[in-house]
Ligand binder design. Structure first.
Ligand SMILES: Cc1cc2nc3c(=O)[nH]c(=O)nc-3n(C[C@H](O)[C@H](O)[C@H](O)COP(=O)(O)O)c2cc1C
Length: 196
């Protein structure tokens, strides 16, 4: 089984999750590549059996650069390769897992769901089997975000402390990342049984 981890991250929360998935997959003895999503990223999704695709949540969706990457790849597979078929028949050995980090300051997990569903749809359209997503709480990194997106450090810190998920300062923490590790092992176990 060949595995790919694709991710985008601005303040490094999603990167920490992506690297944990990558390290776990390698420890389990599988071949794995990891790439950060950029405009000119050329990696072929179809040369892997299992893809982990992750991003932060920005206004209930992935950030614009991630949406553009997904759309460009999808249009390439649809228009140049002819891979989009009516009814999207399932490919027997292609799997996708979407992961995200989110702060949930206003409505909690509900903020992450549209972002996850959005990314999953590209893969489901192309015939990938969609496995349960991995959601991880990721705090606003107030130092780095100070003055960005129209908010000061104190405002970001307040969102970390008084949101719907309680005090999320410093997350993802070691517990969060060890949960990611466990879930990654669980996903690999699931796929092994599906491939038997
Ligand atoms: C501009 C911006 C918008 C955000 N919007 C949301 C949101 O709508 N819902 C949410 O749950 N988290 C939101 N977040 C929090 C991020 O999703 C969270 O901190 C994430 O872990 C950041 O990932 P990164 O460190 O990989 O960039 C937002 C963060 C920023 C900077």
């Amino acid at each position: 089984m060949k595995i790919l981890v694709l991710y985008w991250s601005y303040t490094d929360n999603t990167e920490a999750v992506a690297k944990t998935i990558y390290d776990t997959v390698k420890e389990e003895g599988y071949r794995c590549d990891i790439f950060k999503i950029e405009d000119d990223l050329k990696v072929d999704w179809f040369s892997y059996d299992l893809l982990f695709v992750g991003s932060p949540v920005y206004e209930f969706l992935p950030p614009k650069s991630v949406m553009k990457y997904m759309q460009d790849k999808f249009h390439y597979y649809r228009d140049e390769k002819g891979y989009l078929k009516p009814s999207s028949p399932k490919l027997k050995d292609k799997f996708a897992v979407v992961f995200c980090t989110y702060a949930g300051p206003h409505t909690g997990i509900h903020e992450a769901i549209p972002a996850i569903k959005y990314v999953e749809q590209f893969f489901e359209h192309l015939g990938f089997f969609i496995i349960e997503p991995i959601t991880v709480v990721g705090s606003f990194r107030a130092e780095k975000l100070d003055g960005k997106f129209g908010r000061k450090k104190e405002q970001w810190e307040k969102m970390n402390k008084f949101g719907r998920l309680g005090d999320i300062t410093g997350r993802p923490n070691d517990n969060d990342l060890s949960e990611v590790k466990n879930k990654t092992i669980g996903i690999i176990n699931t796929i092994k049984t599906l491939l038997m």
